[in-house]
Design a protein around this ligand. Structure first.
Ligand SMILES: Cc1ncc(COP(=O)(O)O)c(C=O)c1O
Length: 392
């Protein structure tokens, strides 16, 4: 299907985009740069529509049966081919959040620690603390966690269940760890015998060359690393579909948990539907179109912020993912900046939501609005932050 380059048309079903059907809807008039959602017109409605009929035609009753506990073989095989591992090293999950939940139940025990970056995905933190795990924060720099900081955290004598990292297009900072950094982190964790959970939701959304280095899982041959992947950011979170990569022994343990033995793989029919998309180049075409759309949105937001804000504010230009990370003079108050943004009709995410970052930060998503709205939001923010008293 040919679609215009710069924008996408509004959906005829717009009336269904409302509270009670979808998770969160911003009030009328507010430009919402808060959540890491895809704009409605960027969700893969056209691509997904035929897939269920195709899967039911191809697999018949097997598509409506209990699915194989670790996930249906066609999707495991496609994912293995795409990510350079074997199908035995892939397990289908109901998205990254469910994969992390499952890992917490198997690797965690209330009171154990997880080592995390000082600033990292807020809801990943919630999933871990929901399971009674305690978070030990470590310092990061422009490439993510510093190996010496990780080494120190693992030398504390705490009972550490795992290390949780996002080395590629980090949420919220957008940073990418280079290959050398990745190898150093792997070496530290291996020396301490602690597994790494690599949350890799955004890798396919690489917007610039060069591509990021291989995943930690690939570099380690999946020994001691569990990588979480998701279709939420590439097709749509409503599919509730993702996967994890791990060594086959751990996959057997995870797939042997009661919930999976009782109910079979999660989202079995959806997994077969998505396997149809991956088999014949349609997934690749979708990704390349989506990357183009995200590139336009990133450029619109970054350019308008940089031209509107003074040099005391650092505006990141991420090489992939969904988020721009703003760093302010630490004397400016996050609460006052948020309030000024709110009065200007723009919702943004406070940096403090993602942990105990040093300094004053805000996260802005460019995934949920078209380029012209992003430029408008940036202009409103720049005006609001120029005129408001936002010093502590
Ligand atoms: C780093 C990260 N991990 C996981 C998720 C959630 O993934 P899923 O929808 O597959 O549960 C998100 C979504 O915001 C994310 O940013």
């Amino acid at each position: 299907m040919v679609r215009p380059d710069t924008t996408v048309s509004p959906l005829p079903q717009a009336r269904w985009w409302r509270a009670g059907v979808v998770q969160a809807v911003s009030p009328p008039g507010v430009i919402d740069l808060g959540p890491g959602y895809l704009e409605p017109a960027l969700l893969a409605v056209d691509e997904v529509l035929p897939l269920y009929a195709e899967a039911l035609t191809m697999f018949g009753p097997a598509a409506l049966s209990y699915g194989a506990n670790a996930g249906a073989e066609p999707l495991r095989a496609s994912l293995a081919a795409r990510h350079g591992c074997t199908a035995e090293e892939i397990m289908v999950t109901a998205g990254s959040s469910q994969a992390l939940t499952l890992l917490c139940t198997v690797l965690g025990r209330p009171g154990r620690f997880v080592v995390v970056e000082r600033t990292c995905y807020d809801l990943g933190r919630s999933i871990m603390t929901d399971h009674g795990l305690r978070l030990r924060e470590v310092d990061a720099d422009g490439e993510g966690v510093r190996p010496e900081a990780l080494d120190r955290a693992l030398s504390h004598g705490d009972d550490v269940a795992f290390v949780y990292l996002t080395p590629t297009f980090h949420n919220p900072t957008g940073t990418v760890a280079g290959e050398q950094r990745r190898r150093e982190l792997l070496a530290v964790a291996a020396r301490h015998g602690v597994p790494i959970v690599e949350d890799d939701a955004y890798t396919e959304l690489c917007l610039d060359r060069p591509a990021p280095p291989p995943s930690l899982a690939a570099l380690a041959g999946r020994q001691g690393v569990i990588r979480l992947g998701s279709f939420a950011k590439t097709l749509g979170p409503g599919l509730r579909l993702g996967w994890l990569e791990a060594e086959p022994g751990l996959i057997d343990t995870l797939a042997g948990r009661g919930q999976l033995v009782s109910g079979g793989a999660l989202n079995h029919l959806t997994s077969l539907a998505v396997s149809m998309l991956m088999g014949d180049g349609r997934y690749e075409r979708r990704l390349s179109w989506l990357r183009g759309q995200l590139r336009l949105r990133r450029e619109a937001l970054v350019a308008a912020l940089r031209s509107g804000l003074d040099e005391s504010v650092t505006v990141s230009r991420p090489a992939g993912g969904f988020f721009v990370w703003l760093t302010f003079d630490p004397r400016r108050s996050e609460a006052a900046l948020l309030a000024a943004a709110g009065r200007a009709g723009v919702a943004v995410a406070p940096g403090s939501r993602f942990g105990s970052a040093v300094g004053t930060h805000l996260r802005l998503a460019y995934s949920l609005n078209p380029p012209d709205r992003l430029a408008e939001a940036a202009a409103r923010l720049a005006a609001a932050w120029r005129t408001e008293e936002t010093l502590r």
